[in-house]
Design a binder for this molecule. Structure first.
Ligand code: ACO
Ligand code: AKG
Ligand code: ZN
Length: 493
């Protein structure tokens, strides 16, 4: 069995087997096994001054932001997405459990089922407010209000690209229609947001004029949208900061990830005074999507851990990501912040040694905050004796430092030939330890049959066998040992 899979090794210390997996019960307290390994050092994780704390600026909302979760709107625009009603309800409830502030739903104008789904989710009585997202015209606005949602997000393109090639309306039409729609939605007792699609390719004077006009008539929020993902953090900062000086209402922001800036842009928007960030789970949306919920949490917890931990149920992140990933038939990417399978895996010996001494050396996020575990990899040629020593301790094998260094050499030698599974490295450690004991006749009672076989094979490989046979064996072993990817998948149990 993979170390850690039965919890024994995890209880023993470093999780040397399972990769950054959620602990299964969502626990996020200091007793989590995967973290106990380091409990002596845990106390020394710097708690006092946070060099990554937000720049002190009276405009900044880095420590006071709200999430408009758009998996059920923007996310439905993801190429692979089809959400039936039951799935939408499951996702809405999971997002509510996580603690998002708003849940945005596809327009009721999109289809009859979309309209019914808005009604169904509006009736769930969630703690989060429900919104639906419609075009800037009266018929969409009326449909939206009739669904019973708490608020309506109205959008219309203001860039020359969209004014010319999408809806064909000019700024005068946009302003007049926006005012009519906003006044109607407000009169129905609903929250209303007005957003300019493609804000970063729009004329600044046009933008400030329309935002100022809707602010004057009491819109709840204005929205800034980087619809094509062209904006840089600096451009975001400049636009939002300028807008902050023009309107008194809240400012929502929406960032596409075409150029990889969606999380950074969201952070800069908050620094500049934005109040709300649009997210979707794993970032799904039109093209390659928008600011991901988990990625935003990663960014924000580094800035203000108390705010993020106090407000959001972070141990539910993996659950909601798995739910959405399954619904849209994708894998959570390996490099996903927080929940990617190797997000808390430490492999190189230099890293492993320092992590074992104090996790804050190479971790800016505490996996425990999200109910996750860290993993110190020791079955590779990049390992070092400190990682092997930790592993030997987990296996309850006493060896001197010199002996540990010697067995490390053996592990590295085999890892030079082919990828090692955890069981391979364990067998080398156990065999080495066994060979140190005085009574060589003692049966290998502590080894399972599988381990004995692996041990015999390793012995042959390490102690030299005729060249041809060795080559054959290596080929056999490679065929048997699962790929690194397979090993990891199997380990996450
Ligand atoms: C950047 C974004 O993600 S915005 C949100 C995108 N979401 C959606 O598109 C929701 C799903 N959409 C749909 O189901 C359909 O597009 C509908 C029901 C909204 C409209 O369908 P259709 O009437 O068949 O029009 P179609 O989709 O071909 O074209 C869009 C129409 O909306 C108009 N339009 C586009 N954007 C806007 C806007 N923001 N405000 C008002 N009208 C708009 C266009 O002028 C066009 O109208 P036209 O047919 O009179 O020229
Ligand atoms: O309504 C908004 O603010 C954003 C709409 C949208 O999805 C976009 O512009 O990419
Ligand atoms: Zn979008």
């Amino acid at each position: 069995m993979c170390p850690g899979a039965d919890g024994s090794d995890a209880a023993n210390g470093t999780v040397n087997g399972a990769n950054g997996h959620a602990n299964g019960n969502g626990a996020s307290n200091g007793d989590h096994n995967g973290y106990k390994a380091f409990n002596t050092q845990q106390a020394s994780r710097p708690q006092s001054t946070n060099p990554y704390a937000p720049v002190q600026d009276f405009l900044s909302n880095v420590s006071n932001f709200k999430i408009i979760e758009s998996t059920l709107r923007e996310g439905e625009q993801f190429a692979n997405a089809f959400f039936d009603t039951e799935t939408k309800i499951k996702i809405a409830k999971a997002l509510d459990d996580f603690g998002v502030d708003y849940i945005e739903l596809t327009s009721p104008a999109a289809s009859e089922q979309s309209r019914k789904d808005c009604e169904a989710i509006a009736k769930l009585g969630l703690r989060a407010k429900t919104l639906t997202h419609v075009r800037c015209n009266m018929s969409d606005a009326k449909l939206a209000v009739e669904t019973g949602v708490d608020g309506v997000d109205v959008v219309i393109g203001t860039s020359s690209h969209l004014m010319e090639h999408s809806h064909g309306k000019d700024m005068t039409y946009i302003k007049n229609t926006a005012i009519e729609v906003i006044e109607y939605v407000k009169s129905q007792g609903k929250e209303i947001r007005f957003s300019s699609e493609d804000s970063f390719r729009s004329n600044l004077v046009d933008l400030l004029t329309i935002y100022s006009a809707v602010d004057k008539i009491g819109v709840n929020r204005v929205g800034v949208a980087d619809t094509v993902g062209c904006a840089t953090p600096r451009q975001v900062y400049d636009l939002v900061r300028t807008l902050r000086g023009v309107v008194s209402c809240d400012i929502e922001t929406h960032f596409h990830n075409d150029t990889g800036c969606a999380i950074a842009n969201a952070y800069c928007a908050l620094e500049a005074g934005a109040t709300h960030i649009d997210t979707s789970v794993i970032g799904i949306g039109e093209r390659n999507g928008i600011t991901p919920l988990g990625g935003l949490m990663a960014r924000m917890i580094v800035a203000d851990r108390d705010y993020v931990k106090g407000k959001y149920n972070l141990s539910k992140l993996k659950e909601v990501e798995d739910l959405v990933a399954e619904a849209v038939e994708i894998n959570v990417p390996f490099n996903n912040p927080i929940t990617g399978f190797c997000a808390f895996t430490h492999k190189a010996g230099i890293h492993a040694k320092a992590i074992l001494n104090n996790p804050s050396t190479y971790e800016i996020i505490n996996p425990m905050d999200f109910g996750m575990s860290r993993y110190v990899h020791f079955a590779s040629r990049l390992t070092g004796w400190n990682a092997i020593k930790s592993r030997a301790e987990q296996l309850s094998l006493n060896m001197t430092d010199e002996q540990i260094k010697a067995v490390t050499v053996k592990i590295k030698a085999l890892a030079d030939v082919r990828p090692l599974a955890i069981d391979d490295a364990d067998s080398i450690i156990r065999t080495f330890h066994y060979n140190l004991t005085a009574d060589k006749e003692r049966p290998l009672i502590e080894l399972s049959n599988e381990e004995k076989k692996a041990w015999a094979k390793k012995e042959m490989e390490l102690n030299g066998v005729p060249e041809k046979r060795q080559l054959e064996q290596t080929a056999d072993a490679q065929a048997e040992v699962p790929s690194a990817k397979k090993t990891r998948t199997a380990d996450v149990s």
